[in-house]
Write a protein that binds this ligand. Sequence first.
Ligand code: TEU
Ligand code: CA
Length: 550
Amino acid sequence: MVLAKDTDQLWWRSAIGYQIYPRSFQDSNHDGIGDLKGITSRFPYLKWLGVDFIWLNPIYTSPNIDNGYDIADFQNVASEYGTLDDLKTLINSAHQQNIRVIMDLVVNHTSNQHFWFQEAQTSRDNPYHDFYIWQPNHNDQAPNNWTNFTGDSVWTYNQATDEWYFHLFAPEQPDLNWENQSVQTEIIKIITWWSEQNIDGFRLDALSHLKKMPFDTLQSTDDYQFEIFANNPGIEVFLSLLHQTFQSLHLMTIGEAGGVHADTAKFWTGSQGFIDMIFELEHQVRQTQVPPRANRNHLLTRLTAWENTLNTDGWLGLYLENHDQPRSITVYGNDNPLAAKSLATLLLSLRGTPFIYQGEELGMTNMLFTTPDQIDDPPTYHDYQRFLAAGISTDVALKQATSWSRDNARTPMQWTNFGFSDNELNSKNTWMVTNPNTTFLNYQKNRQDPKSVLNYYHKLIHLRRKDEVLKSGRFQSYDIGHPDILIFTRYLLPDKRLILINLASTPQSISIPHSILSENWHTIISTIEPTPEISPTMQLQPFQSIIWYN
Ligand code: TEU
Ligand code: CA
């Protein structure tokens, strides 16, 4: 079945997304790796939860240097996940249940195992050579001293051509040369082919990095050192080419736009922009490394800034977690389930399209890593070894390296006492260690407990689904001068919703502004029941968040 693509082109504006990390979602054949059949088997759950579409992290053929973000074949499925037929079944079955399917499009770079690079590296005359970015070798020195996102040089030497090639990520992920029209043509073919497989859109990986600065540009050494890789002049040429393609195929797009700030967001999304929605990367900053804690005030103020910027034009992809971040309940809430409910209230009441990351709705936490062989993410292992080399003890090095590690988000989904496997034996054989707290923090237990994080998500999701104001109303915030509390309304006049988000871990006493009190509000939902009436001064319990309707 194909969902009508052109009747409801703005379907994503009122939708709720769910991000699936295929390796860790559901294993259907007991090899310890999540797979496509596993995902398909969980659609009834997603239906119950109330999500409208899924975003799948990369499932293409890949040597897995970066868990699929190093693609060796754009038009095939990695064998550990199943076959192309399994994917067709997944897409069909999703559509039958009215769930749309978004794939990850990784076109800033490929794997070095991709046919294009295999060819490109052989000689300067090879037809694929200019698919990548090369500089000649002089005196065995890298062409410049730029540092990439993994902390190494952006350049790696290639013997066969006596040249250096450019990579923003690992050396096994050479960057594509977007200046080359043949690259553009090939990428458009790939997008078109996927559209023919009936997918509904793409999450565009590392989109802000497609355009490179001239190589004699100076890279700063401060916190802004990566600005040189983001949103560079000329990127609009590539973005508009992509835009035309997506438009003509009716594909929804959400661009991961690291280094793009709220003030330039309109250039990206909105009536003058190139993509439907934007994933900004500004809202999360670290407060302490160990234990992993993020700055709550920063979260609330940055999200407010983004909401204000995109209030009348443009659209935000809302998220608190993904496969690159530690668990939100841990970094904002010290693993307190009430914090997870408060964060859920934030995620599901802002203007934009909310994305729930698998397990977030259960209140899954960071993992306490106890041995170095539990680390999977290469950059995390790299950090661990760096700490050891600096003379730090094994225990402390492990703690420091893993506290913010992406691995925290990648442990298997906690469906049962055994994680994503159905028995004890299989649960010991997973590609990545399962968080031991799955014995008490899992889907089965959550579902049965009316006060669980999961049931709170379920309630909120269904509240939003049937409320046009929460889906499309505009945003207005009120400053009450409290660092951990955000008060805002969503409005579609004459209807208004008032939302109080409290991320404080201790009781608080606050005053509600008069302009708010002059309206009539009735209580709808609270993270802590019973839902309190609104009053000029309110005593809030830790992580008590509330929604009122007018
Ligand atoms: O992440 C990309 C990413 O985080 C950077 O592009 C980001 O803009 C930068 O670090 C901001 O300072 C994506 C995927 O989400 C990640 O899992 C991959 O490892 C990466 O791309 C490479 O494909
Ligand atoms: Ca499997």
